[in-house]
Design a protein around this ligand. Structure first.
Ligand code: B12
Ligand code: SF4
Ligand code: SF4
Length: 342
Protein backbone atom coordinates (compact mmCIF):
# COMPACT_ATOMS: atom_id res chain seq x y z
CA UNK A 1 0.00 0.00 0.00
CA UNK A 2 1.60 3.28 -1.10
CA UNK A 3 1.25 6.51 0.88
CA UNK A 4 -0.94 9.45 -0.31
CA UNK A 5 2.28 11.43 -0.89
CA UNK A 6 3.79 8.68 -3.06
CA UNK A 7 0.50 8.47 -5.01
CA UNK A 8 0.59 12.22 -5.60
CA UNK A 9 4.14 11.99 -6.93
CA UNK A 10 3.23 9.07 -9.23
CA UNK A 11 0.08 10.76 -10.56
CA UNK A 12 2.04 13.94 -11.36
CA UNK A 13 4.74 11.98 -13.15
CA UNK A 14 2.15 10.07 -15.19
CA UNK A 15 0.36 13.34 -16.03
CA UNK A 16 3.61 14.89 -17.28
CA UNK A 17 4.29 11.78 -19.41
CA UNK A 18 0.83 12.15 -20.96
CA UNK A 19 1.59 15.74 -22.00
CA UNK A 20 -0.11 17.71 -19.22
CA UNK A 21 1.78 20.88 -18.31
CA UNK A 22 0.41 21.12 -14.78
CA UNK A 23 -1.11 18.68 -12.33
CA UNK A 24 -2.19 19.33 -8.75
CA UNK A 25 -4.45 17.76 -6.18
CA UNK A 26 -7.18 19.26 -3.99
CA UNK A 27 -9.12 17.70 -1.17
CA UNK A 28 -12.68 17.00 -2.40
CA UNK A 29 -15.34 19.03 -0.62
CA UNK A 30 -18.15 21.44 -1.22
CA UNK A 31 -17.87 24.77 -3.06
CA UNK A 32 -19.83 26.94 -0.69
CA UNK A 33 -18.67 30.47 -1.64
CA UNK A 34 -22.08 31.35 -3.11
CA UNK A 35 -20.54 32.31 -6.47
CA UNK A 36 -22.49 29.92 -8.74
CA UNK A 37 -25.93 30.47 -7.13
CA UNK A 38 -25.43 34.27 -7.28
CA UNK A 39 -24.37 34.04 -10.95
CA UNK A 40 -27.45 31.96 -11.80
CA UNK A 41 -29.83 34.16 -9.79
CA UNK A 42 -28.60 37.17 -11.76
CA UNK A 43 -29.29 35.29 -15.03
CA UNK A 44 -25.66 35.56 -16.14
CA UNK A 45 -25.69 32.08 -17.65
CA UNK A 46 -27.71 33.65 -20.53
CA UNK A 47 -29.00 30.83 -22.78
CA UNK A 48 -26.65 28.18 -21.32
CA UNK A 49 -29.46 26.13 -19.80
CA UNK A 50 -27.02 23.32 -18.99
CA UNK A 51 -25.48 25.55 -16.30
CA UNK A 52 -28.78 25.42 -14.39
CA UNK A 53 -28.79 21.64 -14.42
CA UNK A 54 -27.00 19.42 -11.89
CA UNK A 55 -26.10 22.42 -9.70
CA UNK A 56 -25.80 20.24 -6.57
CA UNK A 57 -23.17 18.11 -8.34
CA UNK A 58 -21.30 21.21 -9.54
CA UNK A 59 -21.14 22.39 -5.95
CA UNK A 60 -19.92 19.10 -4.51
CA UNK A 61 -17.89 16.46 -6.40
CA UNK A 62 -18.82 13.91 -3.71
CA UNK A 63 -22.19 13.79 -5.46
CA UNK A 64 -20.45 12.63 -8.62
CA UNK A 65 -18.15 10.05 -6.99
CA UNK A 66 -19.60 8.81 -3.73
CA UNK A 67 -17.00 9.14 -0.98
CA UNK A 68 -14.67 11.24 -3.20
CA UNK A 69 -11.54 12.32 -1.32
CA UNK A 70 -9.43 13.98 -3.99
CA UNK A 71 -9.76 16.06 -7.13
CA UNK A 72 -6.84 15.89 -9.55
CA UNK A 73 -6.66 19.11 -11.58
CA UNK A 74 -4.90 19.12 -14.95
CA UNK A 75 -3.90 21.87 -17.36
CA UNK A 76 -2.37 22.10 -20.81
CA UNK A 77 -1.09 25.21 -22.51
CA UNK A 78 -2.43 26.11 -25.96
CA UNK A 79 -0.27 29.20 -26.49
CA UNK A 80 1.67 29.27 -29.79
CA UNK A 81 3.96 32.33 -30.00
CA UNK A 82 4.74 31.42 -33.63
CA UNK A 83 1.14 32.34 -34.58
CA UNK A 84 1.33 35.80 -32.95
CA UNK A 85 2.05 39.16 -34.55
CA UNK A 86 2.70 39.78 -38.23
CA UNK A 87 2.78 36.13 -39.24
CA UNK A 88 -0.84 35.70 -38.15
CA UNK A 89 -3.28 36.03 -41.02
CA UNK A 90 -6.34 38.24 -40.74
CA UNK A 91 -8.64 35.22 -40.26
CA UNK A 92 -6.39 33.60 -37.66
CA UNK A 93 -6.33 36.73 -35.54
CA UNK A 94 -10.14 36.70 -35.23
CA UNK A 95 -10.43 33.17 -33.87
CA UNK A 96 -9.81 32.57 -30.15
CA UNK A 97 -6.43 30.92 -29.67
CA UNK A 98 -7.76 27.80 -27.96
CA UNK A 99 -9.94 27.07 -30.99
CA UNK A 100 -7.50 27.38 -33.88
CA UNK A 101 -6.40 23.75 -33.95
CA UNK A 102 -8.12 20.45 -33.15
CA UNK A 103 -11.04 20.32 -30.73
CA UNK A 104 -9.48 19.93 -27.28
CA UNK A 105 -12.51 18.02 -26.03
CA UNK A 106 -11.49 15.12 -28.23
CA UNK A 107 -7.78 14.82 -27.51
CA UNK A 108 -7.68 16.06 -23.90
CA UNK A 109 -10.50 13.75 -22.89
CA UNK A 110 -8.49 10.82 -24.27
CA UNK A 111 -5.48 11.86 -22.21
CA UNK A 112 -7.51 12.40 -19.04
CA UNK A 113 -9.08 8.94 -19.49
CA UNK A 114 -5.61 7.42 -19.92
CA UNK A 115 -4.49 9.06 -16.69
CA UNK A 116 -7.59 7.69 -14.97
CA UNK A 117 -6.67 4.15 -16.10
CA UNK A 118 -3.13 4.61 -14.77
CA UNK A 119 -4.57 5.86 -11.47
CA UNK A 120 -6.67 2.70 -11.21
CA UNK A 121 -3.51 0.61 -11.77
CA UNK A 122 -1.93 2.52 -8.88
CA UNK A 123 -4.97 2.24 -6.61
CA UNK A 124 -6.89 -0.92 -7.60
CA UNK A 125 -10.59 -0.74 -6.78
CA UNK A 126 -10.66 3.06 -6.62
CA UNK A 127 -13.46 4.97 -8.33
CA UNK A 128 -12.59 7.89 -10.55
CA UNK A 129 -14.55 10.24 -12.80
CA UNK A 130 -12.65 12.02 -15.60
CA UNK A 131 -13.95 15.29 -17.04
CA UNK A 132 -13.01 17.91 -19.61
CA UNK A 133 -15.33 20.89 -19.82
CA UNK A 134 -18.72 19.24 -20.20
CA UNK A 135 -19.25 17.44 -16.86
CA UNK A 136 -20.96 19.33 -14.00
CA UNK A 137 -17.57 20.14 -12.48
CA UNK A 138 -16.31 23.65 -11.69
CA UNK A 139 -12.92 23.15 -13.24
CA UNK A 140 -11.42 26.58 -12.48
CA UNK A 141 -12.31 26.29 -8.81
CA UNK A 142 -10.63 22.87 -8.58
CA UNK A 143 -7.58 24.06 -10.45
CA UNK A 144 -7.33 26.98 -8.02
CA UNK A 145 -7.76 24.76 -4.97
CA UNK A 146 -5.18 22.31 -6.33
CA UNK A 147 -2.57 25.06 -6.49
CA UNK A 148 -2.38 25.40 -10.30
CA UNK A 149 -3.03 29.16 -10.15
CA UNK A 150 -5.76 31.62 -9.21
CA UNK A 151 -8.99 32.89 -10.79
CA UNK A 152 -8.22 36.36 -12.12
CA UNK A 153 -10.49 39.35 -12.53
CA UNK A 154 -10.95 38.21 -16.14
CA UNK A 155 -12.74 35.13 -14.78
CA UNK A 156 -10.02 32.71 -15.91
CA UNK A 157 -7.48 30.54 -14.18
CA UNK A 158 -4.06 32.16 -14.40
CA UNK A 159 -1.40 29.48 -14.08
CA UNK A 160 2.17 30.81 -14.23
CA UNK A 161 4.35 30.28 -16.23
CA UNK A 162 1.60 29.53 -18.77
CA UNK A 163 -0.63 32.51 -17.95
CA UNK A 164 -4.32 31.94 -18.64
CA UNK A 165 -3.63 30.23 -21.99
CA UNK A 166 -4.45 26.84 -20.46
CA UNK A 167 -7.31 24.38 -20.79
CA UNK A 168 -8.44 22.35 -17.83
CA UNK A 169 -9.58 18.87 -16.92
CA UNK A 170 -10.19 16.99 -13.67
CA UNK A 171 -10.39 13.51 -12.18
CA UNK A 172 -12.59 13.13 -9.11
CA UNK A 173 -11.62 10.06 -7.12
CA UNK A 174 -12.21 8.31 -3.82
CA UNK A 175 -8.47 7.53 -3.67
CA UNK A 176 -6.59 9.41 -0.96
CA UNK A 177 -3.94 11.55 -2.69
CA UNK A 178 -1.87 14.16 -0.86
CA UNK A 179 -3.24 17.65 -1.67
CA UNK A 180 -1.23 20.68 -2.80
CA UNK A 181 -1.44 24.10 -1.15
CA UNK A 182 -3.34 26.78 -3.11
CA UNK A 183 -1.32 29.70 -4.50
CA UNK A 184 -1.89 33.29 -3.38
CA UNK A 185 -3.94 35.28 -5.98
CA UNK A 186 -1.66 37.72 -7.77
CA UNK A 187 -3.89 40.14 -9.70
CA UNK A 188 -3.09 42.72 -7.02
CA UNK A 189 -4.10 46.24 -8.02
CA UNK A 190 -4.09 45.40 -11.76
CA UNK A 191 -7.44 45.84 -13.52
CA UNK A 192 -6.25 45.85 -17.14
CA UNK A 193 -8.79 43.27 -18.30
CA UNK A 194 -11.86 45.19 -17.11
CA UNK A 195 -11.77 48.11 -19.59
CA UNK A 196 -10.36 45.78 -22.29
CA UNK A 197 -13.69 43.97 -22.47
CA UNK A 198 -15.62 45.82 -25.18
CA UNK A 199 -19.04 44.85 -23.85
CA UNK A 200 -18.65 45.30 -20.08
CA UNK A 201 -19.01 41.57 -19.39
CA UNK A 202 -16.40 41.57 -16.62
CA UNK A 203 -17.80 42.60 -13.31
CA UNK A 204 -14.52 42.99 -11.41
CA UNK A 205 -15.30 40.11 -9.05
CA UNK A 206 -13.97 37.36 -11.32
CA UNK A 207 -17.46 36.64 -12.60
CA UNK A 208 -18.39 36.95 -16.27
CA UNK A 209 -21.83 38.05 -17.40
CA UNK A 210 -22.55 35.55 -20.18
CA UNK A 211 -25.23 37.83 -21.62
CA UNK A 212 -22.55 40.33 -22.59
CA UNK A 213 -19.64 38.02 -23.42
CA UNK A 214 -18.66 37.71 -27.12
CA UNK A 215 -17.52 34.18 -26.45
CA UNK A 216 -21.09 33.29 -25.50
CA UNK A 217 -22.59 35.01 -28.53
CA UNK A 218 -20.17 33.62 -31.09
CA UNK A 219 -19.98 30.05 -29.75
CA UNK A 220 -22.84 29.08 -27.48
CA UNK A 221 -25.92 30.37 -29.26
CA UNK A 222 -27.26 30.45 -32.82
CA UNK A 223 -29.67 33.31 -32.01
CA UNK A 224 -29.43 36.66 -33.79
CA UNK A 225 -26.69 38.87 -32.29
CA UNK A 226 -28.20 41.93 -30.55
CA UNK A 227 -27.62 45.24 -32.34
CA UNK A 228 -25.83 46.69 -29.27
CA UNK A 229 -23.15 43.95 -29.40
CA UNK A 230 -22.78 43.70 -33.18
CA UNK A 231 -19.84 46.10 -33.59
CA UNK A 232 -17.81 44.27 -30.94
CA UNK A 233 -18.88 40.84 -32.25
CA UNK A 234 -17.84 41.75 -35.78
CA UNK A 235 -14.22 41.76 -34.59
CA UNK A 236 -14.32 38.02 -33.72
CA UNK A 237 -15.32 35.12 -35.94
CA UNK A 238 -15.20 32.66 -33.03
CA UNK A 239 -14.69 33.29 -29.29
CA UNK A 240 -12.81 36.28 -27.89
CA UNK A 241 -9.39 36.70 -26.29
CA UNK A 242 -9.36 40.42 -25.46
CA UNK A 243 -9.40 40.04 -21.68
CA UNK A 244 -6.46 37.63 -21.92
CA UNK A 245 -4.39 39.58 -24.44
CA UNK A 246 -3.97 42.47 -21.98
CA UNK A 247 -3.13 40.36 -18.94
CA UNK A 248 0.47 40.89 -17.79
CA UNK A 249 0.66 37.23 -16.74
CA UNK A 250 0.23 36.27 -20.41
CA UNK A 251 3.27 38.20 -21.60
CA UNK A 252 6.03 35.70 -22.39
CA UNK A 253 3.81 32.79 -21.42
CA UNK A 254 5.49 29.41 -21.80
CA UNK A 255 4.39 27.85 -25.13
CA UNK A 256 2.31 24.74 -25.73
CA UNK A 257 4.06 21.43 -26.36
CA UNK A 258 1.10 19.96 -28.27
CA UNK A 259 0.94 19.92 -32.07
CA UNK A 260 -2.86 19.53 -31.75
CA UNK A 261 -3.21 23.32 -31.41
CA UNK A 262 -1.63 23.99 -34.83
CA UNK A 263 -4.16 26.11 -36.80
CA UNK A 264 -6.53 24.16 -39.03
CA UNK A 265 -7.74 25.11 -42.54
CA UNK A 266 -10.96 26.93 -41.58
CA UNK A 267 -9.42 29.56 -39.33
CA UNK A 268 -7.33 31.32 -41.96
CA UNK A 269 -10.30 31.97 -44.30
CA UNK A 270 -11.68 35.48 -44.64
CA UNK A 271 -15.23 36.22 -43.47
CA UNK A 272 -16.43 36.55 -47.08
CA UNK A 273 -15.11 33.03 -47.73
CA UNK A 274 -16.62 31.47 -44.57
CA UNK A 275 -19.95 33.21 -45.09
CA UNK A 276 -20.43 31.61 -48.51
CA UNK A 277 -19.12 28.11 -47.76
CA UNK A 278 -21.45 25.43 -49.14
CA UNK A 279 -22.69 23.04 -46.39
CA UNK A 280 -20.61 20.07 -47.60
CA UNK A 281 -17.34 22.01 -47.63
CA UNK A 282 -18.17 23.59 -44.27
CA UNK A 283 -18.75 20.12 -42.77
CA UNK A 284 -15.44 18.84 -44.17
CA UNK A 285 -13.42 21.85 -42.95
CA UNK A 286 -15.12 22.07 -39.53
CA UNK A 287 -14.79 18.34 -38.72
CA UNK A 288 -12.74 17.88 -35.53
CA UNK A 289 -12.45 21.66 -35.05
CA UNK A 290 -14.04 23.67 -32.19
CA UNK A 291 -15.47 25.89 -34.94
CA UNK A 292 -18.07 23.19 -35.59
CA UNK A 293 -19.77 24.05 -32.26
CA UNK A 294 -22.05 26.91 -33.41
CA UNK A 295 -23.01 24.84 -36.45
CA UNK A 296 -23.25 25.90 -40.07
CA UNK A 297 -25.67 28.75 -39.36
CA UNK A 298 -23.85 30.06 -36.26
CA UNK A 299 -20.48 30.29 -37.99
CA UNK A 300 -22.00 31.92 -41.11
CA UNK A 301 -23.81 34.40 -38.84
CA UNK A 302 -20.49 35.34 -37.20
CA UNK A 303 -18.78 35.65 -40.57
CA UNK A 304 -21.68 37.73 -41.95
CA UNK A 305 -21.15 40.25 -39.13
CA UNK A 306 -17.42 40.34 -39.88
CA UNK A 307 -18.10 41.41 -43.48
CA UNK A 308 -18.56 45.03 -42.34
CA UNK A 309 -15.04 45.03 -40.93
CA UNK A 310 -13.50 43.14 -43.86
CA UNK A 311 -14.77 45.61 -46.46
CA UNK A 312 -14.13 45.37 -50.22
CA UNK A 313 -16.03 43.98 -53.18
CA UNK A 314 -16.11 40.34 -52.01
CA UNK A 315 -17.52 41.37 -48.60
CA UNK A 316 -20.15 43.59 -50.24
CA UNK A 317 -21.25 40.82 -52.59
CA UNK A 318 -21.46 38.31 -49.73
CA UNK A 319 -23.49 40.71 -47.58
CA UNK A 320 -25.88 41.28 -50.48
CA UNK A 321 -26.36 37.57 -51.05
CA UNK A 322 -26.73 36.59 -47.36
CA UNK A 323 -29.20 39.39 -46.60
CA UNK A 324 -31.77 37.05 -48.18
CA UNK A 325 -30.60 33.92 -46.32
CA UNK A 326 -33.44 31.74 -44.95
CA UNK A 327 -31.68 31.66 -41.55
CA UNK A 328 -32.91 34.83 -39.74
CA UNK A 329 -29.72 35.21 -37.65
CA UNK A 330 -27.52 35.05 -40.77
CA UNK A 331 -29.80 37.41 -42.72
CA UNK A 332 -29.91 39.94 -39.86
CA UNK A 333 -26.10 39.92 -39.52
CA UNK A 334 -25.67 40.32 -43.29
CA UNK A 335 -28.12 43.25 -43.39
CA UNK A 336 -26.22 44.87 -40.51
CA UNK A 337 -22.97 44.56 -42.45
CA UNK A 338 -24.57 45.70 -45.73
CA UNK A 339 -25.80 48.90 -44.09
CA UNK A 340 -22.23 49.67 -42.99
CA UNK A 341 -20.57 48.75 -46.27
CA UNK A 342 -22.52 51.45 -48.10
C1 B12 B 1 -19.92 28.41 -18.76
C2 B12 B 1 -18.53 28.60 -19.34
C3 B12 B 1 -18.28 29.73 -20.10
C4 B12 B 1 -19.27 30.89 -20.20
C5 B12 B 1 -19.21 31.70 -18.88
C6 B12 B 1 -17.78 32.11 -18.50
C7 B12 B 1 -17.43 31.97 -17.03
N1 B12 B 1 -16.30 32.55 -16.69
O1 B12 B 1 -18.11 31.33 -16.26
C8 B12 B 1 -18.77 31.63 -21.47
C9 B12 B 1 -19.48 31.08 -22.70
C10 B12 B 1 -18.94 33.14 -21.46
C11 B12 B 1 -17.32 31.16 -21.52
C12 B12 B 1 -16.32 31.87 -22.16
C13 B12 B 1 -15.00 31.48 -22.20
N2 B12 B 1 -14.49 30.30 -21.80
CO1 B12 B 1 -15.55 28.99 -20.79
N3 B12 B 1 -16.36 27.71 -19.68
C14 B12 B 1 -17.51 27.62 -19.11
C15 B12 B 1 -17.64 26.36 -18.25
C16 B12 B 1 -18.39 25.29 -19.06
C17 B12 B 1 -18.29 26.52 -16.87
C18 B12 B 1 -17.73 27.70 -16.05
C19 B12 B 1 -18.59 27.98 -14.85
O2 B12 B 1 -18.86 27.09 -14.06
N4 B12 B 1 -19.09 29.22 -14.75
C20 B12 B 1 -19.97 29.62 -13.67
C21 B12 B 1 -19.26 30.63 -12.78
C22 B12 B 1 -20.20 31.15 -11.71
O3 B12 B 1 -18.22 29.91 -12.17
P1 B12 B 1 -16.72 30.47 -12.01
O4 B12 B 1 -16.48 31.51 -13.03
O5 B12 B 1 -15.80 29.30 -11.99
O6 B12 B 1 -16.81 31.15 -10.58
C23 B12 B 1 -16.57 30.42 -9.39
C24 B12 B 1 -15.48 31.02 -8.57
O7 B12 B 1 -14.60 31.73 -9.40
C25 B12 B 1 -16.19 31.86 -7.55
N5 B12 B 1 -16.05 33.31 -7.66
C26 B12 B 1 -15.51 34.03 -8.63
N6 B12 B 1 -15.62 35.31 -8.32
C27 B12 B 1 -16.24 35.39 -7.15
C28 B12 B 1 -16.63 36.50 -6.43
C29 B12 B 1 -17.35 36.31 -5.24
C30 B12 B 1 -17.79 37.50 -4.50
C31 B12 B 1 -17.65 35.00 -4.81
C32 B12 B 1 -18.40 34.79 -3.57
C33 B12 B 1 -17.25 33.91 -5.57
C34 B12 B 1 -16.53 34.12 -6.73
O8 B12 B 1 -17.57 31.64 -7.71
C35 B12 B 1 -17.82 30.57 -8.58
C36 B12 B 1 -18.19 29.35 -7.79
O9 B12 B 1 -17.29 29.12 -6.79
C37 B12 B 1 -16.10 25.98 -18.08
C38 B12 B 1 -15.80 24.48 -18.00
C39 B12 B 1 -16.12 23.91 -16.63
N7 B12 B 1 -16.82 22.80 -16.58
O10 B12 B 1 -15.74 24.48 -15.61
C40 B12 B 1 -15.45 26.63 -19.32
C41 B12 B 1 -14.06 27.29 -19.13
C42 B12 B 1 -14.14 28.17 -17.91
N8 B12 B 1 -13.95 28.14 -20.32
C43 B12 B 1 -12.77 28.22 -20.78
C44 B12 B 1 -12.36 29.09 -21.84
C45 B12 B 1 -11.01 28.83 -22.48
C46 B12 B 1 -13.20 30.16 -22.22
C47 B12 B 1 -12.83 31.34 -23.13
C48 B12 B 1 -11.41 31.87 -22.89
C49 B12 B 1 -13.00 30.94 -24.63
C50 B12 B 1 -12.71 32.07 -25.61
N9 B12 B 1 -11.47 32.43 -25.87
O11 B12 B 1 -13.62 32.60 -26.19
C51 B12 B 1 -13.92 32.38 -22.74
C52 B12 B 1 -13.43 33.32 -21.64
C53 B12 B 1 -14.45 34.23 -21.06
C54 B12 B 1 -14.02 34.66 -19.64
N10 B12 B 1 -13.44 35.83 -19.53
O12 B12 B 1 -14.22 33.87 -18.70
C55 B12 B 1 -11.77 27.37 -19.99
C56 B12 B 1 -10.99 28.29 -19.07
C57 B12 B 1 -9.54 27.91 -18.83
C58 B12 B 1 -8.91 28.89 -17.84
N11 B12 B 1 -7.66 29.24 -18.06
O13 B12 B 1 -9.53 29.32 -16.90
C59 B12 B 1 -12.77 26.39 -19.21
C60 B12 B 1 -12.31 25.97 -17.83
C61 B12 B 1 -12.95 25.17 -20.13
C62 B12 B 1 -11.79 24.17 -20.02
N12 B12 B 1 -12.09 22.90 -19.80
O14 B12 B 1 -10.63 24.51 -20.11
N13 B12 B 1 -17.14 30.01 -20.81
S1 SF4 C 1 -14.01 37.00 -23.66
FE1 SF4 C 1 -14.19 39.05 -24.63
S2 SF4 C 1 -16.34 39.65 -24.31
FE2 SF4 C 1 -15.92 37.90 -22.94
S3 SF4 C 1 -15.30 38.83 -20.99
FE3 SF4 C 1 -13.40 38.53 -22.14
S4 SF4 C 1 -13.10 40.46 -23.29
FE4 SF4 C 1 -15.21 40.44 -22.58
S1 SF4 D 1 -5.36 41.69 -16.50
FE1 SF4 D 1 -4.73 42.14 -14.40
S2 SF4 D 1 -6.66 42.05 -13.21
FE2 SF4 D 1 -7.06 41.07 -15.17
S3 SF4 D 1 -6.70 38.90 -14.77
FE3 SF4 D 1 -4.76 39.74 -15.55
S4 SF4 D 1 -3.61 40.33 -13.70
FE4 SF4 D 1 -5.74 40.02 -13.08
Amino acid sequence: MISPEARAASVKQLAAELGFDLCGVARAGSIDDGGLPAWLTAGQEAGMAYMRRRVAERLDPRRIVLGARSVIALAVSYFRPEDEGGAAGEGLRRVARYARGRDYHLFLRRRVRKLRRRLLDLVPGARAHPSVDTSPVMEKVWAERAGLGWIGKNGLLIAPPFGSWVLLGTIITDAEIAPDPPVVPRCGSCEACLPACPTGALLGSGHVDGRRCLSYWTIETRAPIPEALSTACAEWTFGCDLCQEVCPWNRDARPSRLADFRPGPLVSLRCSEIALLPPGLHAALAAGSPLSRPGYSGLRRNAALGLAREGGAAAKAAAEMLALDPDPAVAQAARWSRSRLG
